[in-house]
Design a protein around this ligand. Structure first.
Ligand SMILES: Cc1cc2nc3c(=O)[nH]c(=O)nc-3n(C[C@H](O)[C@H](O)[C@H](O)COP(=O)(O)OP(=O)(O)OC[C@H]3O[C@@H](n4cnc5c(N)ncnc54)[C@H](O)[C@@H]3O)c2cc1C
Length: 240
């Protein structure tokens, strides 16, 4: 396993209560879109039982300059320290890890069923596919309570203009609490919503990532629609 000590270049809000951390990419660090890495705080001023390391999907695409991770900023020791770390401070990373990457059979579409912070590996996959002008059909179903909560929302919508093989289908489940306009789908992702875009549900490979409850909900939708386990790929963000 390769470990690196790198600097925090930038930190920004990407949704309400959700931040992206741009970390320097070490020379020679290579990863595939969809993989994750471990981030370790060095001598943090506070810690807790979970320790100083967390796993994060890499939300930047391999062609981008920085390594970016994004997370919901819950009130835990790790995140209190991470959110206040001075820019140019050092953290340790190890990786990349995992095989949550796009399948190679381009004749089969990829359908991403995503809720909330589970979007992180898909941002990487979708931006890299646009850059590489992949012929593979990609469908992103992206569910959040409100547009305010949806990380990378505008950016993921705009990729449609760069990639004719990519379709963005956003849905919001709690627009009553939103201050932003939303003209598209509302309510949870359902088989009915998916079949509006995918006529033959058995054709694609399906991907879902995020906290275990979310992954279980998405898997249930797929299995009740008759999709076999071989066509479902998941990444659980354990720790939520
Ligand atoms: C492969 C992989 C990829 C991942 N990718 C990402 C990613 O891209 N983005 C991301 O955000 N996370 C990702 N995670 C999860 C991440 O590693 C952390 O576990 C997660 O962000 C929670 O960290 P924390 O510091 O908030 O809570 P922790 O301190 O790790 O929480 C420990 C325990 O306390 C509970 N807990 C803590 N705070 C609260 C609270 N406010 N409310 C309720 N329960 C609480 C948790 O349920 C958990 O059981 C990934 C995990 C894996 C394994």
């Amino acid at each position: 396993m390769t470990k690196y000590t790198i600097k925090l270049n930038e930190r920004r809000d990407v949704a309400e209560g959700t931040m992206a951390f741009h970390l320097e990419k070490p020379p020679g660090f290579q990863f595939k879109a969809g993989q994750y890495m471990n981030v370790t705080l060095i001598d943090p001023p506070e810690t807790d039982a979970e320790g100083n390391t967390r796993s994060f999907s890499i939300s930047s695409a391999p062609f981008e300059a920085d390594l970016v991770v994004a997370t919901r900023m819950r009130d835990t020791a790790f995140k209190r320290v991470f959110r206040t770390l001075s820019l140019r401070s050092e953290v340790r990373i190890s990786g990349p890890f995992g095989s949550f990457t796009l399948h190679t059979d381009a004749s089969r579409p990829a359908v991403f069923l995503v809720g909330g912070i589970g979007i992180t590996p898909f941002r990487s996959i979708i931006l890299q596919a646009a850059k590489d002008k992949l012929a593979q059909k990609l469908y992103l179903f992206y569910s959040n309570r409100r547009p305010e909560d949806a990380a990378f929302l505008d950016e993921l919508q705009k990729v449609e203009n760069q990639n004719p093989n990519y379709k963005f289908i956003g849905t919001m489940t709690d627009m009553r609490k939103s201050q932003r306009p939303w003209q598209a789908e509302t309510g949870h992702i359902t088989p009915q919503m998916v079949t509006k875009w995918i006529r033959d549900l058995k054709g694609p490979i399906y991907y879902t990532a995020g906290p275990p409850g979310m992954v279980a909900a998405m898997r249930q939708i797929l299995t009740t629609s008759g999709i076999g386990d071989d066509d479902i790929r998941t990444e659980e963000f354990t720790g939520y």
